[in-house]
Write a protein that binds this ligand. Structure first.
Ligand SMILES: [Zn+2]
Length: 250
């Protein structure tokens, strides 16, 4: 990583974060630390420093999908006001870390790459909730709650087929169990026991993120074509191998 970029990022982080907390047990300082970590990981992965900083509002109350739908959520990102709304206590010990990592990634991706298909934006956001970019399949500090969730889906035969997962429309009813599958798909594209395969897959992912044509069908075809070309497997074989890779994680 270029030293100048690192220095610029550091200065940027020092000056730019603005965090507003309601009276909660979550401190602004820890929210900032999670942001710094998230942006450092994103910078390491994509080499693009963030263009501007989001505002962060920490909520003590449980956040819900809407006034009508009371399903609890960890946070959301308001693209109009460039504000991340994150929950302090959303049912897990590290919910602030998870929700800052997730929502800050949405904010960053929007700025750096523009609108991405749902599987990519949610997959990358869930990938950034917890964990690190360490190479290989045995990356430590993985996203254990998502692994557990995905293995549960596998056990009950509820993992959507790859094609179905890729074609989810953000405006359709997007079942929450899809999130663990988005995470699993991105994890398998980021990590692989073989360094060569891992590099090819990360390359493919970056290529899709930078593709000028954001048509979902075109991107999905490119992904599947790229995977099959690199791994020389049929689609059903790749589907099995992808699930197996996550199943074998500890
Ligand atoms: Zn999200």
């Amino acid at each position: 990583m270029n030293t100048l970029i690192r220095l610029l990022l550091f200065i940027f982080l020092l000056n730019a974060w603005q965090v507003h907390a309601e009276a909660t047990s979550c401190s602004e300082k820890s929210a900032q630390t999670y942001l710094d970590n998230t942006y450092q990981r994103l910078l390491d992965l994509y080499g693009i420093p963030p263009a501007s900083a989001p505002q962060i509002v920490i909520h003590s109350e449980n956040l819900t999908v809407s006034e009508k739908d009371k399903t609890a959520i960890f946070g959301y990102y308001d693209s109009k006001t460039k504000t991340l709304h994150v929950a302090c206590n959303a049912g897990s010990v590290n919910s602030l870390e998870v929700s800052v990592g997730h929502e800050a990634t949405h904010y960053y991706l929007d700025q750096a790459f523009g609108k991405l298909p749902l599987w990519l934006s949610e997959g990358l956001a869930t990938y950034m909730e917890v964990g690190n970019n360490v190479e290989g399949s045995a990356a430590n500090k993985m996203n254990q709650p998502r692994i557990k969730e995905f293995k549960g889906l596998l056990k009950h035969g509820r993992v959507p087929a790859l094609v179905e997962l890729l074609n989810q429309n953000p405006y359709s009813n997007n079942p929450s169990q899809y999130y663990a599958s988005y995470w699993a798909l991105i994890f398998s594209l980021m990590h692989h026991p073989s360094r060569d395969v891992q590099q090819q897959r990360r390359h493919l992912l970056l290529h899709l993120m930078n593709a000028p044509d954001r048509d979902l069908g075109t991107l999905n075809k490119q992904l599947i074509f790229g995977l099959l070309k690199n791994d020389t497997k049929s689609l059903p074989d790749w589907e099995l191998a992808w699930r197996r890779q996550i199943w074998d994680l500890n």
